[in-house]
Design a protein around this ligand. Sequence first.
Ligand SMILES: *[C@@H]1O[C@H](CO)[C@@H](O)[C@H](O)[C@H]1NC(C)=O
Ligand SMILES: *[C@@H]1O[C@H](CO)[C@@H](O)[C@H](O)[C@H]1NC(C)=O
Ligand SMILES: *[C@@H]1O[C@H](CO)[C@@H](O)[C@H](O)[C@H]1NC(C)=O
Length: 391
Amino acid sequence: MHNYLCVMKQALVVPEKMMQSSLCVGLLLLLLIVAAAARSASAIMDGLLPNGNFEEAPDKSQMNGTRVTGRYAIPHWEISGFVEYVRSGQQLGDMLLPVPEGAYAVRLGNEASILQGLTLVRGERYSVTFSAARTCAQAELLNVTVTPDVGEVPIQTVYTSSGWDSYSWAFRAKHSAVSLIVHNPGVSEDAACGPLIDAFAIKILQCPQSLNDNLLKNGGFEEGPYIFPNTSWGVMVPPMDEDDYSPLSPWTILADTKSVKYVDAAHYAVPGGARAVELVAGMEAALVQEVSTVPGQSYRLEFSVGDAGDGCAGSLSVKAYASHGSVTAPYESHGTGGHSRASLEFAATEERTRVVFVSMAYTTKPDGTLCGPVVDDASLVARHSRRRLLL
Ligand SMILES: *[C@@H]1O[C@H](CO)[C@@H](O)[C@H](O)[C@H]1NC(C)=O
Ligand SMILES: *[C@@H]1O[C@H](CO)[C@@H](O)[C@H](O)[C@H]1NC(C)=O
Ligand SMILES: *[C@@H]1O[C@H](CO)[C@@H](O)[C@H](O)[C@H]1NC(C)=O
């Protein structure tokens, strides 16, 4: 419910004090009821999209070998261009193909795309999760569109040993009827070099709130993209343009092509709560949040650094930056889970201060999986809060 509050606060710019007036609360309740009714109409629920894992197969009559020939042949999807429907364990060139979810996946050839219509709640923020595996092409990326927003998801780095990674991409629904389109913009000499995709899910993102005196929102990373309950490899959060909405909002990933990994307590050691971020790309991907600060005011940043209990052993370290200050928090990992707290005190020099976390090194597990330190439970508090000064 606080989700709607948050959306409307931004939409109507209602000042905090006015929110307390009973008139406003009444109006708010009315709007909530209308919004709830709109939502219950037919908007999609969190989880797998209809035939999101491609287990419902196209009819044989609409295929030629692995190639899908009918535009509407794959149930719940529409295709354009060279699209293949592939089975787990199938030989593709010199690759033996595993599939992350179920037994089937789809390959997008040069300039091919796949589309599904979605019914959403207008104004809500959503995150899409899907799995992708790059094949022979080098600088691969996927263009993800939820009309009218378009974003790029770079998939050239392979993070897990299976070759499949789950990715997330977020947007704010500008219409209730939209199309989700995944497009392979690549043009490779070998048409069979396009990426494989599978397991599409969606989730409504709650609006992150600040807790107590913490100026950072979503400091525990509890609000983030959908993670399939039975997948054990987390979800990558890729870099995004400044005007895009982040799946880990208000945290964003600053990077050229690298991502960070969002991990769950069901499959990883998480310092606090149910979710955390594993920095798997060394200094090439920074986790960033910008907050309002008062120039001259002193602040204290605290955070947990640890290991995800995923066998990532060695000398890990996280460097945190804020204003002109920085701290390096070393963490000796046995890969079995654990964490410690680190802190940084600094004086703000601007009205906006960026809090930045990066991993200081690349770490790889023996099976080739990229890994790194986890960051969790970040807080930023003014050394003498303004409220106390007023008293
Ligand atoms: C199937 O594809 C092959 C190779 O591209 C082509 O030669 C053949 O004509 C196609 N068959 C049909 C029924 O379209
Ligand atoms: C996850 O569970 C669903 C059913 O709940 C199943 O269809 C799917 O194959 C499972 N995926 C994996 C990777 O085990
Ligand atoms: C998507 O792909 C096209 C190439 O087909 C490219 O020009 C464009 O910049 C890509 N990204 C976005 C955000 O549209």
